[in-house]
Design a protein around this ligand. Structure first.
Ligand code: AMP
Length: 363
């Protein structure tokens, strides 16, 4: 049963205290909602922006009980929330998006089966549970290919590229004998993503497709408009809708896409689904009336969604590690919005903040 909308003054619990949790809490505050951030890391950037936070392990039942008693809804900023935590909390308050979306997106193999069952394209794939499976899958799929752990992979971690000469036995031991998926290499022209919000009432608001560039497996820039045809842009939105509906999703999700070009024709291949707000959606903070963070909080609170319409061209650039030391420079740049996460140590590659550079407004 759909609970009634949460009125301003209500409290949304957020699992995870990183930059995404921080920006979700800020968006909640803009709507007059309170947030309570739960995270085991005492140095969580999201703790700085809300009066209510709990620093405890995800399996600490006493802390979870106190947390859940203080909130009306729960959401999360990362997909690897332990099953126990979600089940424990969901027995007391709505946890959105639900367990099904989490379960499916925590396992690359289940996710690939699910996406293909919707009639959407994915890279050729095969389950790999041993070095022998890997050899067979490589014969089937061919090289180059990418071996990915089924669980806990992000920013290129838990992945090994297999080229012509690589020996399956050594790859299998390098990946740590973990259950995996082998994927055929997609010769993509561009990497893109689509961010979609779905409300409890079934309203769907897709943002425009965005073009992404990675450096060392970490997102560096996201640009709108993406250099794709109008048909591809529409197809990306359709893919987002189909996935959100099939998951009965409530909140914001991201679908990472490969754009291929062959004989002048563009096609989209689904790489992966993130059941949460996403780095490639940060441009919406300054390029749209309603950002992905506000949209997610609206959905979780049971409110109507806002407009995902883009009013400006945007290039979002992640500030990684010492990039953020140039904050004063970015703060003085005309047409640039600076977002810093308040993290104390700037390890190499660590996401410290981002900038949104705005182009001319669209008519
Ligand atoms: P993922 O963790 O699955 O998002 O992969 C990280 C990055 O690796 C992607 O953004 C791509 O640049 C690359 N990649 C992953 N899978 C494939 C694939 N099947 N074919 C080509 N490149 C891939």
């Amino acid at each position: 049963m759909t609970p009634p909308p949460l009125a301003p003054g209500g409290t949304i619990g957020i699992l995870g205290g990183g930059q995404l949790g921080r920006m979700l809490a800020l968006a909640a505050a803009e709507l007059g909602l309170r947030s309570h951030v739960y995270c085991p890391d005492p140095d969580s950037p999201a703790f700085d922006v809300t009066r209510h936070h709990t620093c405890a392990a995800y399996d600490d039942e006493a802390a979870l009980s106190r947390f859940v008693d203080s909130v009306d809804r729960v959401t999360f900023e990362f997909e690897n929330v332990p099953h126990f935590t979600v089940a424990f909390l969901a027995s007391k308050v709505p946890v959105l998006p639900g367990e099904r979306a989490l379960r499916l997106t925590q396992d690359r193999l289940d996710e690939k089966h699910f996406v293909s069952s919707l009639g959407l394209s994915v890279a050729p794939f095969a389950a790999v549970d041993s070095a022998a499976d890997l050899g067979a899958a490589l014969r089937d799929i061919g090289r180059p290919a990418i071996l990915k752990t089924r669980r806990f992979g992000y920013d290129g971690k838990g992945q090994i590229a297999i080229r012509g000469e690589t020996d399956p036995e050594s790859v299998w031991s390098e990946i740590g004998n973990a259950p995996c998926v082998l994927e055929g290499f997609v010769p993509f022209a561009l990497e893109c993503s689509v961010i979609v919000a779905r409300s409890a009432a079934g309203q769907i608001a897709p943002y425009e497709i965005v073009e992404n560039h990675h450096e060392n497996h970490i997102l560096k820039t996201s640009t709108v408009p993406a250099r794709v045809s109008a048909e591809t842009a529409n197809e990306a939105e359709r893919i987002g809708r189909v996935i959100a509906e099939a998951l009965d999703f409530v909140g914001v999700l991201a679908v990472e896409l490969f754009v291929t070009r062959q004989n002048g024709r563009e096609a989209l291949i689904v790489n992966e689904i993130a059941p949460r707000v996403h780095n490639s959606g940060h441009w919406t903070q300054d390029g749209c009336l309603v950002s992905q963070f506000e949209q997610h909080m609206r959905a979780v609170a049971g409110w109507p969604l806002g407009s995902p319409h883009r009013h400006s061209d945007v290039v979002m650039t992640n500030l990684l590690g010492v990039d953020a030391d140039l904050w004063e420079h970015y703060a003085s740049e005309a047409g640039t919005a600076l977002h810093l996460y308040g993290k104390s140590s700037a390890r190499a590659g660590r996401k410290m903040g981002h900038i949104n550079r705005l182009g001319l407004p669209r008519r």
